[in-house]
Design a protein around this ligand. Structure first.
Ligand code: AMP
Ligand code: GLY
Length: 438
């Protein structure tokens, strides 16, 4: 039996834990720090792993030795980019065996944490992506923006909690974005370097793959909805819903993504001496000229992972262990043929200011619907109740014969859940409804 520690506190971590727990090899399951949902599935541990400093590394190490942890799964990007995996590997040997870690080293995580580096790597490997120029000087960036005749996207090169990208309508907006990111440092040092990228048009696709340094196992494609309002209107959020699979990613597209994006990326990393182990996530735009990479992430997507886990058949624990041990070629996973739709229930005011501590009712009634599973994101426990504790509160997932059936079931489940100020979109998946499955 393998005891598992999952690092993170979101719906992604709840869904990963839910799937890992189904493995016959799964021993005790811990979450650091976890949320109101993970507290029911396993045990929450009060270690926050946002910053990778000596105190945090020691706390994780001590906990792992106490509880004989065999596998650490790192959910979010911050600890990966901060070098948690490297720091754990560098600890001196003790009597107890070191846990395996699922997630890339700092050098691998740079693919997400430094967009200028990712662009450089893509260029070197001829991976299709938008044309971009990199600037460290605000005046030079402004001059370039003003010389452009087609729309651009301004991106802070560093990690900015998904908020460092501004898709601009015209040059004035682009100049404002440059000033906000580079001069006012709206995202701190993440804005020291910016990319000014051509604006691409098309639908977005998320393709995640398990990578063991050499072998690549591509997971089923998903799409998410980033905007707050129905019909993809309003401000960008961390994601208001997702679905998997998507008819837009047929075999041809998936083969193209594998051959033109994933294989060259893993090869290019290896040439740079980086053995990437974990999840490589390609955020793609399906343009008229084929799929182009918008970004790489070094981890599972949130909320795309929730519908992915709902459909995954086979042993995730075995797959993660094999990934960490470099023997992914021995793994075979398959998928439930049904569709899964994940609807995010958010707090009123999100992505701006919102209140927390609202009691959540109706969770059992929602879960009673056939094929429905509710993952917690921003929740906590208070006197036995689940209460809201974040902007995105719940990830309500439902399986269905097709996407419309899955969405209807997820919406019905959301209707059974109540908390003060609850908000969700009823139209998740609308962009591909009616598109024939390939
Ligand atoms: P990123 O973090 O680079 O994926 O950017 C966040 C979001 O900004 C993406 O999911 C897209 O919606 C949008 N975006 C990024 N790059 C581009 C681009 N070159 N053209 C159009 N939209 C983009
Ligand atoms: N769903 C987008 C992300 O995880 O970055």
């Amino acid at each position: 039996m393998i005891n598992v520690l999952i690092i993170g506190a979101g719906g992604r971590e709840h869904a990963l834990g839910w799937k890992l727990k189904q493995s016959k090899q799964c021993g005790r399951l811990f979450f650091a720090p976890g949320n109101g949902g993970t507290a029911e599935l396993g045990q929450n541990v009060p270690i926050k792993v946002d910053q990778v400093d000596t105190k945090t590394v020691d706390a994780v190490d001590y906990f792992c030795r106490q509880e004989k942890i065999g596998l650490i799964v790192v959910g979010p990007e911050d600890p990966l980019a901060g070098g948690l995996v490297d720091r754990l590997a560098a600890l001196p040997k003790t009597k107890s065996p070191k846990p395996l870690v699922f997630g890339p080293t700092q050098a691998g995580a740079r693919l997400e944490a430094d967009k200028a580096y990712a662009k450089h790597l893509m260029r070197a490997a001829s991976i299709p992506t938008g044309e971009a120029r990199v600037f460290t000087d605000a005046e030079a960036a402004l001059a370039y923006v003003n010389s452009r005749e087609t729309p651009v996207v301004v991106k802070a090169a560093g990690l900015a909690k998904g908020k460092g990208v501004v898709v601009c309508g015209d040059n004035r907006e682009a100049a404002d974005a440059v000033r906000s990111i580079m001069v006012d440092r709206a995202h701190g040092d993440a804005g020291q370097t910016v990319l000014i990228e051509e604006r691409l048009v098309g639908q977005e696709l998320s393709v995640m793959a398990l990578v063991d340094g050499r072998n690549i196992f591509v997971l089923d494609p998903a799409q998410d909805h980033k905007q707050l309002g129905e019909g993809d209107t309003g401000p960008n959020t961390g994601g208001m819903g997702a679905y998997c699979p998507t008819p837009l990613a047929d075999d041809t597209v998936m083969r193209q993504v594998y051959r033109e994006v994933l294989v060259p990326a893993v090869d290019a990393l290896r040439r740079e001496g980086v053995v990437f182990q974990g999840v490589l996530y390609a955020g793609l735009m399906l343009t008229a000229a084929g799929p182009k990479v918008l970004e790489f992430n070094c981890r599972f997507g949130d909320p795309e992972t929730q519908p992915l886990m709902m459909r995954l058949k086979g042993d995730l624990l075995e797959a993660m262990v094999a990934t960490a041990q470099g023997r992914l070629d021995e793994v075979d996973l398959s998928w439930d043929p049904r569709c899964c739709c994940c609807v995010v229930m958010a707090s009123e005011g999100y992505p701006g200011k919102y209140e927390s501590g609202k009691v959540i009712a109706g969770l059992d009634a929602a879960s009673a619907i056939d094929g429905v599973q509710v993952f917690h994101a921003g929740t906590a426990r208070r006197d036995g109740d689940a209460v809201t504790a974040g902007g995105r509160v719940l990830n309500v997932c439902a399986l269905g014969e097709d996407l419309a059936a899955a969405r209807d079931a997820a919406n019905e489940a959301c209707d059974r859940i109540e908390f003060d100020g609850a908000y969700f979109r009823r139209d998740i998946g609308y962009r591909v409804m009616g598109v024939a499955t390939g």
